[in-house]
Design a protein around this ligand. Structure first.
Ligand code: UD1
Ligand code: UDP
Length: 380
């Protein structure tokens, strides 16, 4: 008799989860005799998610439609919990897959636990050990680790964090980060056919070096983001050799600070978030990135270019240790000085090109799915 197909329900809601789960969904769908793959989006993000679903051709079977403007964490969590409960009750999957540390991931893992459905956690074991930074992600991911059955740790460091918390070694697989898979797959396609970004038409990134900026972390709202903008403003005023491109996150808390601080400045281009292929193309043209994003700390090392991390700590210290990422915090002075140093000192800049990328080799999704193939549906 053929083996029963494992029914895998993949759930996600935000931009990074979609990008990082896309290679896993693709890999699962290569084995239709082994897996029945279903996709549930919470739509915690709506506008940011849709282009990713199209680019990676991800079919959606359930949409929880939870996004509301400026939504608070409690409201968001309760909507995801009750709506995902209904999907679980109707679908009764063998395994649920979640990714990362968002509210979607944490609450979906909790709902699955209540239904006694085993959960696999992609990108497990990241930690800062500071409960309020990043907020609420540090606590979200710790909770997820204690709700789930299978832990897909991107690196040995993240595996060790899980072991220290008492997670069984046999439940952990070190896979690399699936974002590198998504990045390589996308980069291969966009470099063959570079995309248009109408807002940037006419800019010459050989004449003026491109600095890509993103910022969205909750703990930076208010003073942190104001200081970040002050540093960017000073760079734009004092440097004649740069263009700054800042795709502004749709979160109203971000826009309320970034647009008044930087709008209308010469050589600062505030644009809408880019879809993933355009953003990958932009990073490929960049001299460096200034960002508080998690994913960008993993992608810039794949390009062998500096990622300056505008945070006080990181759950991805592998990049800092390898010398491919640098923590600059949110101080305008430090941001200004570090960027200036890398613009003016080619030898310091060249160091970044020599570092290996600690975050993966582009085969993480294969390892996740191989582990699922060996997974008995009854294990929990
Ligand atoms: C969320 C995640 C964060 C992740 C980030 C990636 C949580 C608590 N936070 O933060 O871990 O790093 O996504 O970007 O899960 N909005 C739109 N359209 C969109 C997306 C967002 O209008 O497509 C606006 C809405 O007003 C929404 C607000 O942004 O209420 C904030 O979105 P939310 O998902 O709560 O938090 P993020 O800051 O995006
Ligand atoms: N990204 C994108 N368009 C943008 C900005 C970022 O596609 O305009 C991608 C980026 O390449 C990375 C991911 O979004 O893969 C990171 O998402 P975000 O910074 O929102 O979340 P985090 O990684 O901090 O959780």
């Amino acid at each position: 008799m053929p083996a029963k197909r494992l029914q895998v329900l993949v759930v996600f809601g935000t931009r990074p989860e979609a990008i990082k789960l896309a290679p896993v969904i693709r890999e699962l769908r290569r084995f239709p005799n082994r897996f029945r793959t279903r996709v549930c989006i919470t739509s915690q993000h709506r506008h940011l998610l849709e282009p990713i679903l199209r680019w990676f051709r991800i079919p959606v079977h359930h949409d929880l439609d939870v996004m509301r403007p400026s939504q608070e964490l409690c409201g968001l969590s309760s909507l995801v919990l009750t709506r995902f409960h209904e999907v679980l009750a109707a679908q009764r999957p063998d395994v649920v897959l979640v990714q990362g540390d968002t509210t979607t991931a944490m609450v979906a893992a909790l709902a699955a636990f209540y239904h006694r459905v085993p959960v696999g956690h992609v990108e497990a074991g990241l930690r800062t050990l500071d409960r309020y930074s990043p907020f609420p992600e540090e606590i979200n991911r710790r909770l997820v680790s204690h709700l789930v059955t299978l832990h897909f740790a991107p690196t040995h460091w993240s595996r060790d964090n899980l072991l220290k918390e008492g997670i069984l070694r046999r439940r952990i697989v070190v896979t690399g980060n699936t974002v590198i898979d998504a990045f390589f797959q996308t980069r291969g396609r966009v470099m063959r056919l570079p995309p248009e970004i109408p807002e940037l038409r006419g800019l010459d990134f050989r004449a003026r070096k491109l600095i890509v900026v993103t910022a969205h972390r909750r703990e930076n709202f208010g003073q942190g983001l104001t200081d970040i903008c002050r540093g960017i403003r000073r760079l734009a005023c004092e440097r004649e050799d740069i263009e700054i491109v800042f795709p502004v996150h749709p979160n109203p808390n971000v826009r309320a600070i970034v647009h008044p601080s930087l709008g209308g400045m010469d050589h600062v281009h505030l644009i809408e978030p880019l879809d993933y292929p355009r953003f990958v193309w932009l990073l490929s043209q960049a001299y460096l990135a200034l960002s508080d994003s998690g994913g960008i700390q993993e992608e810039m090392p794949a390009l062998k270019k500096p990622a300056l991390v505008m945070r006080d700590n990181t759950e991805r210290p592998e990049g800092v240790k390898a010398g491919v990422c640098k923590l600059v915090g949110t101080s305008s002075e430090k941001i200004f000085r570090t960027v200036t140093h890398l613009l003016d000192d080619p030898r310091a800049y060249a160091q970044f090109a020599r570092r290996p990328n600690p975050f993966g080799d582009g085969k993480a999704a294969q390892r996740v799915v191989a582990a699922l193939r060996a997974f008995p549906p009854s294990a929990s």
